[in-house]
Ligand binder design. Structure first.
Ligand code: HSE
Length: 307
């Protein structure tokens, strides 16, 4: 048996209207995992790059490791000798679904090594074991799109539904160089919402799904508003409102926090608007001496792949 390499993409969690249930996959960045079979019993992490020493080598404390181990245990193959290399290609606490990408890559890679006994979608609960380790919660809004690609609605850990993306839809994501840990961004959220917020938010989620499925651009523009989470988290991201206004002024359909932040993303009708939005968003951060990275991407339709 020879070694294999997989790539799991970054993702935008929440997608404005679907807290913990809706997300989309980006073309890049993403994490890579290489697995090599060995004669030594059990799974070992032998190399980690791009993590600045912040990821543990103990399999059960590592997001990719625990997801891979869950698959191995489920298949009764935990004694199989495997060396795992993890190559992080995106920052921690960025809002780009970094932990989800690692978990997805770990679960997917092991399944490939074992000749794919499980369908891709069936890997979701195992990848969620990794997400839970990292963030303390089993939400699938990053894991599901990183796994199967596209815009994905995942109401629980066993169901994933692809939503048709309107043709040409582009995502612009800007990552300002500050760190927000998902656990911290979740801890500040209120446990309660008002009836008015509940009605508005559920109307927006339903409208988003209908608008995507029917390419109803007018409805898409009107519904992309988060009346629950964004107002509570915006204060964690310096200049959030200015960046959002800048993207919308360029013609983006909607703009909000990517996952738990600090990345901010905008959805645009085409690459021209996406690039103009990117430039305008980055200008706000650079004018305020905050370094940032930009990613402009179509919706990734593949999810995790074998390279
Ligand atoms: N839905 C999650 C959140 C995404 O916003 O907390 C980050 O894991």
């Amino acid at each position: 048996m020879t070694g294999i390499k997989v790539f799991a993409p970054a993702s935008v969690g929440n997608c404005i209207v679907g807290f913990d249930t809706l997300g989309l996959a980006l073309e890049r960045p993403g994490d890579e995992i290489i697995l090599t079979p060995t004669n030594r019993k059990g799974l070992r992490i032998t190399k980690i790059t791009g993590a600045k020493g912040r990821l543990p080598y103990e399999v059960e404390k590592n997001t990719a490791g625990i997801a891979a181990l869950s698959v191995l245990k489920h298949l009764g193959a935990e004694d199989m000798g495997i060396d795992m290399q993890i190559h992080k290609k995106m920052p921690f606490g960025s809002g780009l679904g970094s932990s989800a990408a690692s978990a997805v890559a770990g679960a997917f890679a092991v399944n490939i090594l074992l000749n794919q006994p499980l369908e891709k979608r069936k890997l979701l609960p195992f990848a969620l074991d990794g997400e839970e380790l990292a963030s303390g919660s089993r939400h699938a809004d990053n894991v599901a799109p990183s796994l199967i690609g596209g815009i994905v609605f995942s109401p629980n850990e066993h169901e994933v539904h692809r939503i048709l993306a309107p043709k040409g839809l582009m995502a612009t994501v800007i990552y300002p160089h500050i760190e927000i840990l998902t656990k911290d961004a979740r801890n500040i959220l209120s446990e309660t919402v008002t009836l008015k917020q509940m009605v508005q938010q559920s109307a927006n989620l339903a409208s988003f799904i209908i608008a995507c499925q029917s390419s109803n651009i007018g409805l898409l523009e009107r519904c992309m508003q988060d009346v629950v989470i964004e107002p509570q988290r915006a204060k964690l991201i310096p200049h959030f409102q200015e960046v959002k206004d800048a993207a919308l002024a360029q013609g983006a359909f909607g703009c909000s926090i990517s996952g738990a932040g600090p990345s901010i993303f905008a959805l645009s009708p085409n690459s021209f608007v996406a690039e103009n939005a990117a430039e305008a968003m980055q200008k706000i951060f650079s004018d305020n001496k905050i370094k940032s990275d930009l990613y402009i991407s179509q919706i990734n339709q593949e999810g995790v792949i074998k390279c």
